[in-house]
Design a protein around this ligand. Structure first.
Ligand code: DC
Length: 222
């Protein structure tokens, strides 16, 4: 199987770019952030204090069934039999996902799911630690980034389109909190793999970014 790893900070455009590139290549797109978000969503609905109640989190995991379904080509997260895809994009879940992602047993639990999906499919997997940790032997690795301001603008637009009310400064602050926590955590931090291509999309629109990533992949796969 050909596996492509795309990592980078929140709001770099990983999901939308990786989804489009996957369609063009006929590969499966796997969004690992949605997996962390799904577990964070369940912890929030159970009222678990994520940093301080690890035993409740372990118990939650032992009673959690998380699967991925493709509906009209999109990845849907099915948590304990319910489709929660449209519930995991709120700023509250974003923060909780970053908080839950520092916990070792959460990452181990998801690692099995991530690796088994990659084993069975030609895929583009996006996240924070795919090139460094989840798929160290990925055929192509890309670290996708953009300036914090550009990322916050893009995220604000996305949230507004979903009807979620927030401001630029709130989005920027949340993004900086997550960038710091995701890159400074001890286990599998957000980091460019030594053999990853760096792709900065600050000055590129969506189509240009897609072309840039396709060029990198085609050159490597050839
Ligand atoms: O990509 P995203 O914004 O949906 O990810 C949500 C959070 O999940 C992110 O702040 C950090 C965590 N995450 C991670 O630690 N490792 C991954 N491979 C993917 C996401």
């Amino acid at each position: 199987m050909i596996n492509i790893a795309i990592d980078g900070p929140s709001g770099a455009g990983k999901s939308s770019i990786a989804k489009k590139v996957s369609e063009r290549l006929g590969f499966l797109y796997i969004d690992t952030g949605a997996m962390f978000r799904s577990l964070a969503y369940k912890a929030l609905t159970l009222g678990i204090d994520i940093p301080n109640e690890h035993s409740r989190l372990r118990e939650m995991l032992s009673q959690t069934h998380l699967t991925i379904e493709r509906i009209d080509g999109s990845q849907h997260m099915i948590l304990d039999g319910c489709d929660i895809t449209d519930k995991i994009r709120t700023p509250e879940v974003s923060k909780a996902a970053s908080d839950i992602a520092v916990i070792d047993f959460i990452r181990t639990w998801l690692l099995n799911l991530e690796r088994s999906l990659a084993k069975q499919n030609n895929c583009i997997m996006d996240g924070r630690d795919i090139g460094t940790h989840v798929l160290p032997d990925a055929k192509v690795k890309i670290f996708l980034t953009a300036s914090a301001e550009v990322r916050a603008e893009r995220r604000l637009k996305e949230l507004k389109e979903k009807g979620i009310e927030t401001t630029f400064s709130e989005v920027l602050a949340e993004m900086k909190y997550r960038d710091k926590q995701d890159s400074e955590r001890k286990i599998a931090p957000l980091k460019k793999a030594d053999d990853a291509h760096l792709a900065d999309t600050s000055d590129k629109n969506f189509e240009e970014s897609v072309e840039l990533i396709l060029d990198i992949i085609k050159t490597e796969i050839k």
